[in-house]
Design a protein around this ligand. Structure first.
Ligand code: G1P
Ligand code: ZN
Length: 547
């Protein structure tokens, strides 16, 4: 085994987005592409005057195409860069929340997670890589900027010349001086879930009568996790759909929303509908929650979890505070007001919750994009959300729909929708947002029909813990009465630009809370198109995806 230093030339496009570096597999397969980025991570995290000789890394991914090959390369590079130890999930698998937990539990220096989340997998689809820091959370902007800077200046990387390591069985291996610990990807995570939730009570719910539960793992990483944990809870073995992780996710988008979980939607709708349904994404951090003939929006889900948290052992003491990303609906704000706890509004992306969680300012947080989580790890966590719901259902003994409807009656309903315009020409999308930015100043006080704009701005966030400022995080139109329209461009896409338009309107009157959100929000939706001249810039007559 020989340690080699390889001369390389920089790629200009290795700028991490909302959640790490995501590109087509073919981009990652270019000579030295992966190696350049991994070396840039190592160079960026290196502390002046220190080696990696006493440091541990965690490594794992969602099992998508290129996961195994990339894992082997990273192990060889970790060895050549002098790390002491790498803890790697068996078969190179670790869900994102499980990786976050392992980093924290074993006090690792950080972790490398191989995933493009809910994007499709396969030789012609997407791959991704991100670095999580010692707190278990996604690297902060300062670090991702530094990784990008290193990637633009890189001239060489270090790698061991060696055969592949067996990562298909748990146990210790040695690669030159590097100790490799291949671990069961599920065990530590399952133990953490057992600490947080009342497994006995959930087991009673699932085994007492005819309760039917379906979990769609979408042929992605959560299959083995759900099978192990739900089996422990006494769920029927048929409860887990698409439980086998596949490199191409069976050719589907592993994205837990109604459009991509059609079998689950069928099982959860109609006369024979199941009692509780859920799905998680490629890397296991997202979740979708369903009741019989009932869809729970992620924003409502966060609010319901917050309102019912003390029914769950891990949160029995109450919540320190909550946080949501700016475009997420304000439903959780109402709960925080009632509980008398702080509610923080952060930019899109889980990394912005990290400091608040580390400082103990918040216990729960979430995003409208099917992300919910808590201070138990530093990532959003799909199965955790499922177990949280099951714990609430077991404690309250009421159907999902009844719980959400009672919630609306008490706190008001926030009608909410997101319209996505995908693969828009990048220039046109940027011109649209730039145009909005320039007009924000002139909009305050302006009326459009019945609607008056109270405030228009481009959201800027000052982190209350470290004072760092993140600007240009999305254009907001705040209307009198609490309605909002928000525009931003996606930071996770791999083709062209995706324009996201978020529309929200509060409805305190219980008699008006049973509408279809697209109907309830129809006027605001057309206003959102008009104000931003979406047709003009995108040439589209309607959105590609509505959630
Ligand atoms: C999307 C979601 C965002 C989430 C991110 C990673 O980012 O909108 O909430 O944190 O994926 O899962 P976007 O593509 O909008 O930048
Ligand atoms: Zn994900």
């Amino acid at each position: 085994m020989e340690r080699k230093t390889v001369t390389t030339t920089a790629y200009a496009d290795q700028k991490p987005g909302t959640s790490g570096l995501r590109k087509k597999v073919r981009v990652f397969q270019q000579p030295h592409y992966l190696e350049n980025f991994v070396q840039s991570i190592f160079d960026a995290i290196a502390v002046e005057g220190e080696t990696f000789g006493d440091k541990t890394l965690v490594l794992g991914g969602d099992g998508r195409f290129y996961n195994e090959q990339a894992s082997q390369t990273i192990l060889r590079m970790a060895a050549a860069n002098g790390f002491a130890r790498v803890i790697v999930g068996r078969d190179g698998l670790l869900s994102t929340p499980a990786a976050s937990h392992l980093i924290r539990k074993y006090r690792a220096f950080g972790g490398i997670i191989l995933s493009a989340s809910h994007n499709p997998g396969g030789p012609d689809a997407d791959f991704g890589i991100k670095f999580n820091a010692a707190n278990g959370g996604p690297a902060q902007e300062g670090l991702t900027d530094s990784i990008f800077r290193h990637s633009r200046e890189i001239g060489e990387y270090h790698i061991l010349e060696a055969a592949d390591v067996d990562i298909h069985q748990a146990g210790s291996r040695q690669l030159a001086d590097l100790q490799i610990e291949v671990v069961d990807p599920v065990a530590d995570y399952a133990a953490l879930m057992q600490q947080l939730f009342d497994f006995e009570r959930i087991r009673e719910l699932l085994t007492a009568g005819t309760y039917s539960l379906y979990f769609d793992a979408m042929n992605a990483v959560t299959g083995p996790y759900a099978e192990a944990i739900l089996q422990q809870l006494g769920a029927d073995p048929g409860s887990v759909l698409r439980g086998q992780p596949l490199p191409d996710f069976g050719g589907e988008h592993p994205d837990p929303n109604p459009a991509h979980a059609q079998d689950l939607m069928r099982l959860m709708n109609g006369q024979q509908a199941g009692d509780f349904g859920a799905a998680s994404d490629g890397d296991g951090d997202r979740n979708m929650i369903l009741g019989a003939n009932f869809y729970v929006t992620p924003s409502d889900s966060l609010a319901v979890l917050a309102a019912n948290a003390t029914l769950v052992p891990g949160y029995r003491q109450g919540l320190a505070g909550v946080a949501r990303s700016m475009p997420t609906s304000q439903a959780v704000d109402r709960v925080a007001e009632t509980l008398g706890i702080p509610c923080f509004e952060t930019p899109t992306g889980w990394k912005f919750f990290g400091n608040l969680l580390d400082a103990g300012k918040i216990s729960l947080c979430g995003e409208e994009s099917f992300g919910t989580g808590s201070d138990h790890v530093r990532e959003k966590d799909g199965l955790w959300a499922v177990l949280f719901w099951l714990n609430i259902l077991a404690a309250r003994q009421e159907p999902v729909a009844a719980i959400v409807q009672q919630h609306w009656q008490r706190y008001g309903r926030n009608y909410y929708t997101r319209h996505d315009y995908e693969a828009v020409a990048t220039d046109a999308a940027q011109a649209l947002v730039e145009g909005l930015r320039q007009q924000t100043g002139s909009w305050c006080g302006q009326r459009f029909g019945d609607h008056e704009i109270e405030l228009a701005d481009d959201f800027s966030y000052t982190d209350p813990i470290d004072g760092s400022v993140s600007e240009r995080q999305g254009v907001r139109l705040l209307l009198r009465g609490g309605a909002r329209i928000v525009y931003r461009l996606s930071g996770t896409g791999t083709e062209g630009a995706t324009l996201r338009v978020y529309v929200e309107s509060p409805e305190p009157d219980p008699a008006q809370q049973a509408k279809d959100p697209q109907d309830a929000l129809a006027e605001l939706i057309s206003l959102s198109r008009e104000v931003a001249r979406i047709d003009h810039f995108t040439g589209r007559v309607g959105p590609d995806v509505v959630t």
